[in-house]
Design a protein around this ligand. Structure first.
Ligand SMILES: O=C(O)CCC(=O)N[C@@H](CCC(=O)O)C(=O)O
Ligand SMILES: [Zn+2]
Length: 338
């Protein structure tokens, strides 16, 4: 493929050459430099450093198309001069071969292979996870601006809360009120506070580089061309402000709901069962005592009224996440003092 980056849309170019490690550089009229570092990895550098260094990723799951269409439009607007770049950026389309196959993944869930977990896998996605880790490290270590990572996803099931974010486990760090504010004005209705490390891309950026990093769920999985992009206008506008440096990151107005992850349900064996209806939506609420999941020597019953499930999935290998259970948090100090 010898066309320059600007002569083909980022997404089309990536899907046309999903595994070709390419390195192309192009400079826009205002001096902004664009470098294609690998299939689906585009670094964009303004002539002057900005207020933040932002990684915006999508397509970590190949069937989650709306986030890829959002990123494709952002990159296209940058190329054609409709969106000025004032922050150091890297755009990532995570799993191009899976996007071409219109599957969540080809051999293994890419979003469980970060933070070195790829070393224990021989799947195609393992090499991609290692490559994305290396490119992400180079990106974040190449400057000292505050680091951001928004990893854009869509969810398999319908949801009583359509747009929500997963806040990776922070260990000893505290949650950012200004990031709650950013997510709130971007149309995100809830944040799930993770309670343990994970192999996700957002946890990797958060834990390894101290980035304000989130997995952001924007709606439901749909095929390319079936997304109503008006539903993503608020998030798209917020990302445009991250790109052009006009985002102000102010504290939330308390509209965004906060949930704590109280249980990460792990599939232990092929006898694992979810005791929820196939069509039940994310954030379905239960009273205490409800049986949600069972396995050989395990069962999860809700511990208190108001618990809800998120991301239920049975067709995962033993040892992987099969569901999150969350509980509403009214006062964050409840958690910090716990
Ligand atoms: O809808 C589902 O079941 C999964 C949607 C999805 O891909 N969610 C992410 C969440 C990652 C995180 O917990 O930060 C995933 O499962 O990888
Ligand atoms: Zn996903």
């Amino acid at each position: 493929m010898n066309s320059s980056v600007s002569t083909q849309r980022f997404l089309a170019r990536t899907l046309a050459a999903p595994e070709s490690p390419t390195s192309l550089t192009e400079t826009l009229a205002d001096g902004t430099r664009l470098t294609l570092l690998d299939a689906g990895v585009l670094r964009i550098s303004p002539t002057q450093p900005g207020s933040h260094r932002a990684l915006i990723s999508c397509g970590v799951h190949g069937n989650e198309t709306a986030p890829m269409e959002i990123v494709d439009q952002l990159v296209s607007d940058i190329f054609n001069g409709q969106l000025k770049v004032n922050n150091e950026l890297m755009f990532v389309i995570g799993n191009p071969p899976a996007a071409i196959a219109e599957q969540r993944f080809v051999e293994e869930n890419l979003n469980r292979l970060f933070s070195g977990k790829h070393r224990h896998s021989t799947a195609k996605e393992a090499a991609r996870a290692a490559r994305l880790e290396a490119l992400t490290e180079a990106f974040f270590l190449d400057g000292d601006e505050p680091r951001l990572h928004y990893d854009l996803h869509t969810a398999i099931r319908g949801s009583y809360i359509e747009k929500f974010a997963v806040y990776p486990y922070l260990h000893s760090r505290t949650w950012s009120e200004s990031q709650f504010g950013f997510l709130e004005q971007a149309g995100i209705e809830a944040v799930l506070l993770s309670n343990q490390p994970s192999g996700t891309y957002s946890y990797f950026s958060s834990h390894e580089f101290g980035a304000d990093a989130f997995t952001i769920e924007l709606g439901k999985v749909r095929k390319f061309g079936d997304n109503d992009m008006r539903r993503f206008a608020q998030m798209t506008e917020s990302l445009r402000r991250v790109v052009d440096g006009t985002e102000r990151f102010v504290a939330r107005r308390q509209a965004i709901k906060i949930f704590a992850v109280v249980e990460e349900v792990i599939k232990r064996s092929e006898n694992f069962k979810l005791h929820i209806p196939d069509e039940a939506k994310n954030f379905t609420e239960y009273d205490a005592g409800a049986l949600l999941a069972s396995d050989d020597d395990y069962e999860y019953r809700t511990q208190r009224d108001g618990e809800r499930f998120v991301f239920p999935i049975t067709n995962v290998p033993p040892g992987q996440r099969a569901m999150l259970v969350v509980a509403p948090v009214t006062d964050l100090t409840e958690l910090t003092e716990a």
